[in-house]
Design a protein around this ligand. Sequence first.
Ligand code: VGL
Ligand code: ZN
Length: 187
Amino acid sequence: MKALLVVDVQNDFCPGGALAVNEGNLVVEPVNRLVKQFEAESFPVVFTRDWHPANHVSFSPNGGIWPPHCVAGTKGAEFCSTLYFPSVSLLVSKATAFDTEAYSGFQGTGLASYLKEVGVDSVVVAGLATDYCVKNTVLDALTLGFAVEVVSDAVRAVNVNPTDGEEALREMEERGAQLVTSNEIGF
Ligand code: VGL
Ligand code: ZN
C-alpha cells in the first residue's frame, strides 16, 4: 500500500516566512490534489512539520546555519492556511530536541514503524524543501526499504547554491527514487 508524505508545508518556508523557499506556496495546489486522491482511496496521509524549540542548535544565534524558523507554537510553524487536511491523517513533528538537527521525517519519530505496521511499502513524497527535508526523508525511506516516488511539481528548494534543488533531485533518483509529476500518481 502507498502512503503520501507531505513534508513541512509551513508558513516559515513559504514567501514572507523566516526561511522562505522561492515559490514554496506553489506546492500547495498539487499537494492538495494528492491528499484528496489518497483520502478517497483511504490510504495513509502523513504531514511532517519542522518543530523547533526557540534555542535550537540549527539557528544562527546558537551557531547553526539557519535563521530561527518553525519555532513550536508560533505562526511561522503553522501549516500553510491553504493546505487541505483529510478527515484522518498522521502528524509528525521533527527536530524537536534543542541539540539535534533532523531533516528527515524518519529521524527520531517512529514514522517507519508506523508505516510498516499498517502495511505501507511505498511512499509518495512532496513538500519543502527539496534540498533538505524532502531529500533526507526520501533517502531514509529508500534505506528503510520503501519504494519512493518524488513529486517533482510539488517540491521546491531552498537553493543556498542555485543548483542545490536540481542536484538533490538527481541524488534521490540515483539512489532509486522515481521522479513523477502529480498527475502521474497511480495506486
Ligand atoms: C528545512 C532547513 C532547516 C526543511 C528545515 O524543511 O527542508 N530546511 N530546517
Ligand atoms: Zn529547521
